[in-house]
Design a protein around this ligand. Sequence first.
Ligand code: PLP
Length: 456
Amino acid sequence: MSDINYKNEFAQSANEHMYIGMFNETTMEKEGGPLIIDNSEGIYLKSYENAKYIDGISGMYFRNVGHGREEIAKAIYDQLANVSMNVYAGITPKSVELAQKISSLAPGDLSKTFFCQGGSEANESSLKMAQAYHVRNGDRGRYKIISRDGSYHGSTYLTEWLGGHPGFPRTDYQPSPQHLIHVEQPNYYRRKYENESINEFTDRLIQDIEDKILFHGPESISCFIGEPVSQPLGGVVPPSEYWPRVKEVCLKYGILLIFDEVITGFGRLGEWFGSNVVNTVPDILSFAKGITSGYFPLGGSISSTDISKVFNGEPSNAWSHMYTYSAHPGGAAAAMKNLEILERENLIENARERGIQLSERLSEIKDKSRIIGDNRGIGLLQGLEIVKDKKTKERFEPSKYINMILTEKLKSRGVWIRVPAYILPVAPPLTSTKDQINHICDAIDESLMELEKEVI
Ligand SMILES: Cc1ncc(COP(=O)(O)O)c(C=O)c1O
């Protein structure tokens, strides 16, 4: 059987027997996909047809230390060969080692971790922890959640309604939870009023948050959840005053602040955590992806001592929450090795430096292109916003499938970035070199120039 037949058969079988998140058979067949990865090494993916691509979005924003790390695979193997799982109400040494390590890296007094399997579960856990904290304090009425339009916090029934990812419609899932309060994303490019300064913009957003809290009644609100820098709209870096002021408002009204650091945790922004970048310490922090660089499904919620201590004392005080596979030692072994690599190879510093290079290149591309309205982001979490008209910021009609055309153009230039809707995300592994960042940017530049000629 030739490789190509094998590939076709394999792809057809996948289309018949597997749901592939967000895509259907027709789309996949049109693209000749799904992309079947045969091998991956460093920042490169190799497909079954022997094509080589740069992984421009780190799998799905998780592959911080790059692909093909045998030492992580070996750490998982060694751990599972020794102790493969804990028992109900038990622990394993590796998970304790990891919890201690995370506490030493985390901002402020965040010190106690609950482990789960991924980002959605981490956020569900953080939200439940916040509500249970209020209940232990006698505030049973605090159950509402404030979140932001344009964020993404996961795909469980509750977490999917918190945000509003342009590539992730959730209107099939009704009714929407009734205890959510949505506020604006601090996206200055899109949301500012004409001639509004950045300070006026920040003042308006903070005032709106406070107004909504007062409208709903502070005594009914449990927490505020957001990503320090939000990915779906291409790396929205908020004005510098935004998060410190949100925290001030939360403190004023007894509302807990939860940071979703599922993408921003463990180095992607050029600091260990996004909290360090935005100079704000949350009460609870959710993490996943970068903790193992995707070598094992692992997530978690780390909380301050103020929170963890309310669950002590009487047995009925315990936090009532768990998953079968919490604190899997295989995940802990992968995470410990992953963190060792991040430190040993100075990858966080590299993300910071490559981030500056990337930002400069994307800014030049925006200035030159007739269909890029904005470049944004920090470290290796950046993006471009595609527009039909730079003056009016009007978008292309979805029926033009600009995103799919662009994905193909990038692919033909050796870069794998699946472009969702009108944002072109750029988030390669933290191991990327100067030349590799230039390769990605050259491919983006050429693809956009070609696209522009076809559509304008
Ligand atoms: C910021 C953020 N939070 C939560 C999630 C959900 O994580 P998972 O897909 O592991 O459940 C994601 C996934 O992309 C994310 O980007």
